[in-house]
Design a protein around this ligand. Structure first.
Ligand code: CAA
Length: 296
């Protein structure tokens, strides 16, 4: 199998930008796509300042940093992905939206290209069914923050070929990651275990067993985790946690996966975590409460 020379990344949010950054640093040519021009500009700035930070800390040479910036191209046109060897999707966690994108990519990408999804829990087999190349569709699940976390969870759909698996494993290792392999069942490995823990932390708070601070301090200091589960939920995004719990509940049909009502309520209230300035905790200045206008 030929070496991966060029990749396309769809979605320039935190995950997509992180993937684009580490691939460019590893010497791969990267197209980063977003339909939102403003999001692309933000991604460009954040990658550039992240590379500068790494250079300042002595983790990266100036030469590698500038070479990485040269390898990165930003686009709002998916047609630019025609020459990519691997395309990694990192867009919103919606099966319908992802399927639409996969079917579009299937038409645009060259015949040998691999289509990978960074989904945290959606079935790879179902995403593959939106294409004519199910044997070249695979899950490539990075962890947040991508440049720091050492893992890529690779998920094989029902029809993913050995050749596709080996190519993606080789690419992940070239990006400096350790690979684990999961079969295509709800939540795969990481979220099958992580999300019920986070959900249970919400139940522990909801039922008044302890304060949020004690739950987090307990798990941080008592089980040596870098963040407590509630702090981690805010970091991941409460909407993302809830959507993964729903996938586990629907896909495995066991009441032990039922989302905690408090998690549901926070999401309903728009308390989505760090990205919104409020989740379980409040970050920076609390967001302004919009008061309903008086009835006339
Ligand atoms: N982007 C890039 N790099 C980042 C970063 C970010 N957002 N945040 C921190 N880093 C880097 C820092 O630059 C620093 O690098 P060096 O050691 O090379 O200097 C390193 O990470 C440590 O950062 P800090 O010293 O600032 O802070 P910290 O020691 O508190 O670590 C953390 C921050 C890495 C986020 C750590 O708290 C941690 O590991 N938390 C748990 C993260 C986790 O579990 N992620 C997985 C979530 S699950 C997921 O992603 C999958 C899913 O489907 C939901």
């Amino acid at each position: 199998m030929a070496e991966t020379k060029a990749i396309g990344v769809v979605g320039s949010g935190q995950m997509g930008s992180g993937i684009a950054q580490i691939a460019a640093v590893a010497g791969v040519d990267v197209w980063l796509h977003d339909s939102d021009a403003q999001a692309l500009r933000r991604a460009k700035n954040s990658i550039s300042s992240s590379l500068q930070r790494l250079i300042a800390k002595g983790h990266l040479s100036k030469e590698v940093g500038s070479d990485a910036l040269r390898r990165l191209r930003f686009t709002s046109n998916l047609e630019d992905f025609r020459s990519a060897d691997v395309i990694i999707e990192a867009i919103v966690e919606s099966e319908d939206v992802k399927k639409k994108l996969f079917s579009q990519l299937d038409r645009i990408a060259k015949a040998s290209a691999i289509l990978a999804s960074n989904t945290s829990s959606i079935s790879i087999t179902r995403l593959a069914s939106a294409t004519m190349r199910p044997y070249q569709v695979i899950g490539m699940h990075f962890m947040n923050p991508v440049p720091t976390m050492k893992l890529v969870e690779i998920i094989r759909g029902a029809d993913t070929s050995d050749e596709t698996f080996v190519a993606v494993k080789t690419l992940s290792e070239r990006l400096g990651k350790t690979v684990i392999c999961s079969q295509d069942y709800p939540g795969f490995i990481i979220n099958r275990i992580l999300m019920p823990m986070i959900n249970e932390a919400f139940f522990t708070l909801y039922t008044g067993v302890a304060t949020k601070e004690d739950i987090d301090a307990g798990m941080k200091l008592g089980t040596n985790q870098p963040m407590g589960p509630l702090e981690l939920a805010d970091f991941i995004g409460l909407d993302v946690c809830l959507s993964i719990m729903k996938v586990l509940y629907a896909g495995l049909g066991d009441s032990k996966y039922a989302p905690c009502p408090l998690l549901v309520q926070y999401v309903d209230a728009g308390r989505l975590g760090k990205k919104r300035g409020i989740g379980v905790y409040t970050y920076g200045k609390p967001p302004e409460v919009v008061k309903p206008s008086p009835r006339l």
